[in-house]
Design a binder for this molecule. Structure first.
Ligand code: ATP
Ligand code: BTN
Length: 244
């Protein structure tokens, strides 16, 4: 399904590579690298990207319905990745709202959706994914939160090419479905995989903290938190387990 695939051993960031080439790439074009010199997460944070051990993948997507329709995209991508890994035999890989994959309460993969601009109605997006496969311990030391590897989540690692192809195909399918039907029917898929469903969490929004029980997502992709005031949807912020 991939319209074009660039395999680049050493790169600054696979997301940046595609962002710099918007307008020259067909929809669904992908970039895979072995090493990122400037791998990034949200808000300028660093994504630790050592050579040869993990997967760094980005896909270009033109969303004809515009940026308003991009809300919820990282959730759809997270579910697509978790389901892709499940289809390769892993068990217990979960999603964390709004943009991570977790295994046993540790971060396994992160998703970064960036926009390069709009032409008319269409939004030009780059969807990046960093998946830890076998992170060298020396590199992992600089990650300031709990993290894990795909090697811990499966008995036998899938072949690297099969893994990349499965992720790309599932990502492509999920983006096409999302474009056609939005989040319809998707909340159930999310809720099955939700790492925090029914658990006590803290939501941090700037200086504000809300504590409650995670109740999944609504059909806009907002996080639902139950407090004494009832169930409230939240569109932004970062969650962690209460007490962590
Ligand atoms: P959080 O994961 O804290 O909820 P987030 O999903 O918004 O937040 P980002 O800021 O986008 O995370 O990602 C960068 C963060 O991910 C870094 O601050 C670091 O803690 C962590 N990190 C960086 N590299 C890796 C990696 N290879 N594996 C797991 N975690 C990483
Ligand atoms: C997160 O921290 O949760 C998001 C991390 C996203 C990392 C991936 S690796 C491939 C792509 N290129 C980047 O520079 N970032 C994303």
């Amino acid at each position: 399904k991939c319209s074009r695939l660039e395999l680049i051993p050493v790169i600054d960031s696979t997301n940046q590579y595609l962002l710099d080439r918007v307008g020259t790439m067909p929809k669904g074009a992908c970039c895979l690298a072995e090493y990122q010199q400037a791998g990034r997460g949200r808000r300028g944070r660093q994504w630790i990207s050592p050579f040869g051990s993990n997967l760094y993948l980005s896909m270009y997507w033109r969303l004809d319905a515009g940026i308003a329709a991009a809300m919820g995209l990282s959730l759809v991508v997270g579910v697509a990745i978790a389901e892709a890994l499940e289809s390769l035999g892993t068990e217990g890989i979960k999603v964390k709202w709004p943009n991570d994959l977790y295994y046993q309460d540790r971060k396994l993969a992160g998703i970064l959706v960036e926009m390069s601009g709009q032409t008319g109605e269409a939004a030009h997006l780059v969807i990046g994914m960093g998946l830890n496969i076998a992170m060298p311990a020396s590199e992992g030391e600089s990650i300031e939160q709990s993290w894990t590897n795909l090697t811990d989540a499966c008995d036998t690692l899938p072949d690297r090419n099969v893994l990349a192809a499965t992720l790309i195909n599932r990502l492509h399918d999920a983006l096409s479905d999302y474009e056609e039907s939005g989040m319809d029917g998707f909340t159930m898929r999310w809720n099955r995989l939700d790492n925090f469903l029914g658990r006590p969490v803290k939501l941090l929004m700037g200086n504000r903290v809300v504590e409650g029980i995670a109740r999944g997502i609504n059909n806009q992709g907002a996080l639902l938190l139950e407090t004494e005031q009832g169930v409230t949807p939240y569109l932004g912020g970062e969650i962690s387990l209460r007490g962590c």
